[in-house]
Design a protein. Structure first.
Length: 271
């Protein structure tokens, strides 16, 4: 298989290394597309693939082209990329907010997969939701899924419109957990612990809680009630959360994240 990765920032390099690790592609058949001269030299030093510019004709030999650029940079890039895209090539986009029809229009290309990974793909524990254009065959869908599963689990979404919500929920989701863990650690420090102790307690509590959710076979309300005895310490904390409507604020935050994903698409369409 021959693969091109357009946009070799953090996520692009995660895919490159993962594909090489699982022998999906060889270094000779992996193209890393970069326009910036300084960045090109940095990529060459990594020695994980051939570094080329966006309109290099070698791109046309690729079975899969992965778009891993910022949404706001896409339209400028599209002009060069569409010159070398082969009509048989599968284009896999992981850009937030940019829908399949817009990609088809700007690239004059029909075979599109739109995906939304999250940051745990870096350690092979991510989840990537994806949708397909109607021109993608079953064989091609399996090929893409094989690529995505090198970094964790996958979830096919027949309704592409839900990908903006998935961007808000699981794409951005790790940052919410990191934020909450950070606040728990800070609270531990205020109660007199050093950072190392608070961090160990919080991280193991989070890890154990995840496995309990996954294996206990009980609804979340029941798990909460099992910890929060009436008049106890847990209830004191939960009552404070309720007092400040934390549940509403958290949900509002995710809805704003979804709104921003849609705004990115609207902005790109007006460029």
């Amino acid at each position: 298989m021959k693969i091109t990765i357009v946009g070799c920032g953090n996520m692009g390099l995660i895919y490159a290394r993962s594909f090489l690790k699982y022998n999906i592609v060889s270094k000779d058949d992996l193209l890393l597309v970069e326009k910036n001269k300084t960045r090109k030299e940095d990529l060459k030093k990594l020695n994980i693939g051939l570094v080329v510019v966006p309109d290099n004709k070698l791109v046309s030999d690729s079975d899969v082209v992965i778009l891993s650029v910022k949404p706001q940079d896409f339209v400028e890039l599209a002009a060069d990329l569409k010159k070398v895209l082969n009509e048989k090539t599968i284009l896999l986009s992981i850009m937030a907010g940019i829908n399949i029809s817009f990609l088809q229009q700007k690239l004059n290309h029909q075979k599109i997969v739109r995906a939304m990974p999250n940051s745990p793909v870096e350690i092979g524990m991510g989840i990537t939701a994806y949708s397909l254009s109607k021109t993608i065959t079953i064989e091609q869908a399996h090929k893409v899924e094989n690529l995505l599963t090198t970094t964790g689990r996958t979830l096919y979404m027949e309704d592409e419109n839900l990908l903006d919500a998935i961007t808000a929920l699981s794409g951005s989701g790790p940052a919410y957990f990191f934020y909450f863990v950070q606040q728990l650690i800070e609270a531990g420090k205020k109660m007199g612990m050093n950072e190392a102790t608070a961090s160990m307690l919080v991280k193991q509590t989070m890890l154990g809680s995840f496995h309990l959710i996954n294996n206990a076979g009980k609804p979340l309300d029941e798990l909460i009630k099992a910890v929060a005895s009436k008049g106890g310490t847990t209830e004191a904390a939960l009552s404070t959360f309720a007092k400040y409507d934390m549940n509403q604020h958290i949900q509002e935050g995710l809805l704003n994240a979804e709104k921003r994903a849609k705004e990115l698409a609207d902005h790109a369409s007006k460029v």
